[in-house]
Design a protein around this ligand. Structure first.
Ligand SMILES: Cc1cc2nc3c(=O)[nH]c(=O)nc-3n(C[C@H](O)[C@H](O)[C@H](O)COP(=O)(O)O)c2cc1C
Length: 147
């Protein structure tokens, strides 16, 4: 069994729900998923020991949030090269943040990113069965990539 860390920020709870559903999908694949808020990650050492990483952030003002930018500078020090990766987040109309995070993980950290790309979910579907299933499927594909 391998381990995936799901690290996220959520202001109003939508991206948090996505994190929980993605974790379920990882577990369906027979792997372990640990969920952490960005505020719980104090140093790059907190990123040690995982086989895969999924970072989540909602889009505000057509951007990722400042704490996610700070977190990515911390993650840069963790040597994530070759590790499995994905990115996700809730949005209403533009959904930029997960795409930028995914890009950084791919091109700067040189991680082995999921072929699914980043997972953007419109906030109105997160509470529906379609939202749940889409997140679970994303987690399952990430888990299967660990083998
Ligand atoms: C002030 C403000 C600015 C926002 N800007 C954007 C935006 O530029 N693009 C977008 O797609 N959604 C935008 N949103 C919508 C949020 O991304 C959406 O509500 C999301 O579900 C919040 O996720 P969270 O509950 O994880 O914080 C904005 C929301 C607020 C309140």
């Amino acid at each position: 069994m391998k381990n995936i860390l799901i690290a996220y920020y959520s202001r109003t709870g939508n991206t948090e729900k996505m994190a929980e559903y993605i974790a379920e999908g990882v577990r369906f694949s027979g792997n372990n998923a640990e969920i952490k808020k960005l505020s719980e990650i104090k140093s790059e050492k907190n990123l040690d020991g995982y086989d895969g990483y999924v970072f989540g952030c909602p889009t505000y003002h057509r951007d990722m949030t400042e704490n996610m930018k700070t977190f990515l500078f911390l993650a840069e020090k963790a040597n994530l090269e070759g590790k499995v990766g994905g990115a996700f987040g809730a949005y209403t109309h533009s959904g930029d943040a997960p795409k930028y995070i995914f890009d950084t993980m791919q091109h700067v950290f040189k991680m082995d990113m999921t072929q699914l790309g980043s997972l953007l979910l419109e906030e109105k579907i997160i509470g529906l069965s379609e939202g749940l299933r889409t997140c679970q499927d994303y987690g399952k594909v990430l888990g299967e990539k660990l083998k």
